[in-house]
Design a protein around this ligand. Structure first.
Ligand code: ATP
Length: 247
């Protein structure tokens, strides 16, 4: 039987500034409870794909001009990012975007702005600290003075505070030492297994992503040029030659 599809992106085109065609018909599916990865080099269109799904293109003067995006069979192109968070879809942006002047804990609490129940917020915070013990020890530190890895964890932790069912994770490995990348991916896997969070991640680090993802989509110049089960991609000669050295 085919698994339930949570996210379905069907033939989308994205244009920036009314003229620059960046996505040239991208289609992908993210099955319930899985980790899917969008892979490829700099400028391939990975970030644009994630931003199209979470409706964050407007700030970049981008728009979806063709195709459709569905969440569990429902069109979502006209929902705001906040609507999407309420429906369980949250994006962790590239470059982490923690508030530098806030403490780690204050940053995490910004993720619970949609909720009022103090007990629930406290329970969520405990859940985040349970997955990210490093954040607990750094809870009173200003984000600006924490490491890149801790800031990435903080960004994921903040997204986790919204109780997501789907997390869009843009380039979690960026700028991190290999050992820290591994630590972050282990936590992603844990959240996937234990919290049943479905992931769509964008990664230049093909090697690492294919070790943790179930399925991969390889992008080049705004198109998906290859896709398959992570294991098949890892063993594919073209993938080995052109992508596995990256990241
Ligand atoms: P990276 O890893 O560098 O983020 P990416 O695969 O995520 O790469 P995108 O950021 O989606 O790629 O960029 C795809 C293409 O769109 C690039 O050619 C980029 O220059 C272009 N682009 C991105 N943002 C804009 C923008 N706001 N206006 C015009 N062009 C843009």
């Amino acid at each position: 039987s085919t698994p339930n599809i949570v996210l379905n992106v069907n033939g989308i085109e994205v244009i920036y500034n009314h003229v620059i065609l960046v996505l040239k018909g991208v289609s992908l599916n993210v099955p319930q409870g899985k980790i899917a990865a969008v892979l490829g080099g700099n400028g391939a269109g990975k970030t644009t794909t994630l931003r199209a799904i979470s409706n964050l293109l407007k700030a970049e003067r981008g728009e979806v001009t063709k195709g459709s995006i569905e969440l569990r069979g429902e069109r979502i192109e006209n929902l705001t990012p906040a609507d999407l968070v309420n429906r369980g879809v949250v994006q962790v942006m590239e470059g982490r975007h923690c508030f530098a002047h806030l403490t780690i804990e204050e940053n995490l609490l910004t993720g619970s702005y949609t909720r009022k129940d103090k007990g629930e917020i406290a329970a969520n915070l405990e859940k985040v600290y349970n997955y990210f013990p490093r954040l607990k020890t750094r809870r009173t530190s200003q984000a600006a003075y924490t490491s890149g890895g801790e800031q990435q964890m903080c960004a994921i932790g903040r997204a986790l505070m919204t109780n997501p069912s789907v997390m869009l994770l843009d380039e979690p490995s960026m700028g991190l030492a290999p050992q820290i990348v591994e630590e972050v991916f282990e936590i992603v896997k844990d959240l996937n297994t234990k919290e049943k969070v479905t992931f769509l991640l964008a990664e230049q680090n093909t090697n690492m992503a294919l070790r943790y993802a179930d399925y991969g989509y390889i992008m080049e110049s705004g198109r998906i040029v290859m896709d398959g089960a992570a294991e098949d991609l890892r063993n594919n000669e073209d993938v080995k030659e052109f992508y596995l050295g990256m990241g």
